[in-house]
Design a protein around this ligand. Structure first.
Ligand SMILES: [Zn+2]
Length: 336
């Protein structure tokens, strides 16, 4: 089979799974990332997460099929690896041991891998996790135009919402012609740490290993899925002169501590309409998970109708720990 046909077949299979799992409708509700682990669970393909020497993942097909994913990498790498191994399963491939250089190349543009199975599994993983329609959906929700995609901060926030690495997102944008090649190359040279620092200012966590989410009113319904070391910067418009104040107490209930809280004139025009920009930085204490509903209310009418509200499904427990996936322990073994 020619390389081009092989890639096309993989893309068609990923698109078929998007339909089967109604991922587009879920993304429209705000979910943000494609739930690749959830898809593997529903397909009854066992996923074992464990330390792996020299490998990111593996696919086994004998006697039963199953997927192995490293426990030693950040969540976006685990997700891409799981999607790559899912590709081997969905495309009926033979067993595969996957080293870093197989998975981490630009999926469509490198010619390094002579193995069509691997080319196909990477094309499948990209189409599953970062399809063009998902990028467009995030752009619409956030009010981003193509010009915004040259901004590393925007690309970084897009990557977090899709559960993909910064580099994988740059490649996906280049592949879908959202950015041109020189822009892609320029973005790939930027260290995510500098983006994180500018987002978290004035706060500095103990390490910059985690990601920094910038959440606004546009993120209603978002599945905020990341790691225990991530920071969440919430930046909301607050109508203080009308007595409305955003309440952030619900963050503590799912495991966050508020490490910074400030107000600034919104767009330098605080006196017009009395709208201020409220910025709260939340840090998970020991991971954070649960449903959060944040409301902008008049404090003396706490039970009253909020002026604005925002719901998030927080799961900052990554990376996925060693063992069988929690959802599969229940399904396959009958134990929690
Ligand atoms: Zn592979």
């Amino acid at each position: 089979m020619a390389r081009r046909d092989a890639i096309l077949d993989a893309v068609v299979e990923a698109d078929r799974l998007h339909k089967e799992f109604a991922t587009q409708a879920r993304a429209e509700r705000g979910e943000g990332r494609i739930d690749v682990f959830g898809m593997l669970v529903r397909r009854d393909i066992p996923v074992m997460v464990r330390p792996l020497r020299g490998l990111l993942g593996a696919y086994i097909d004998n006697p039963d099929r199953g997927v192995i994913v490293t426990s030693q990498r950040p969540l976006p790498v685990q997700r891409f690896t799981a999607a790559h191994e899912f590709g081997h399963a969905a495309l009926g491939h033979t067993a595969s041991l996957d080293e870093e250089d197989i998975l981490m190349g630009a999926p469509f543009v490198t010619d390094g891998s002579p193995d069509l199975q691997e080319v196909q599994a990477n094309a499948f993983a990209s189409q599953l996790l970062t399809p063009s329609w998902l990028i467009v959906q995030h752009m619409k929700r956030q009010g981003w135009t193509r010009d915004h995609l040259t901004d590393p901060l925007v690309v970084y926030q897009l990557a977090l919402r899709m559960g993909s690495s910064f580099a994988a997102t740059c490649y996906a944008l280049a592949e879908s012609k959202g950015i041109d090649k020189p822009t892609c190359e320029r973005l790939l040279k930027i260290r995510p740490k500098t983006i994180k620092q500018s987002l978290a200012k004035p706060y500095a966590p103990q390490t910059w290993y985690g990601d920094v989410w910038l959440v606004t009113e546009r993120d209603h319904g978002l599945v905020l899925e990341g790691s225990r070391t991530d920071l969440v910067v919430l930046k909301f418009q607050e109508h203080a002169s009308s007595g409305y104040i955003w309440q952030f107490g619900a963050l503590a209930e799912v495991g966050f501590a508020i490490v910074n809280d400030g107000r600034a004139a919104s767009g330098g025009k605080a006196h017009i309409g009395g709208v201020v920009s409220r910025t709260v930085i939340a840090e998970p204490q020991d991971g954070a998970s649960g449903h959060v509903c944040l409301r902008e209310v008049r404090p003396w009418q706490d039970a009253g109708e909020p002026l604005q509200s925002l719901e998030l499904d927080v799961n900052l427990s990554g990376p996925v720990p060693a063992g069988l996936l929690a959802a599969q322990r229940v399904k396959l073994l009958g134990v929690a």
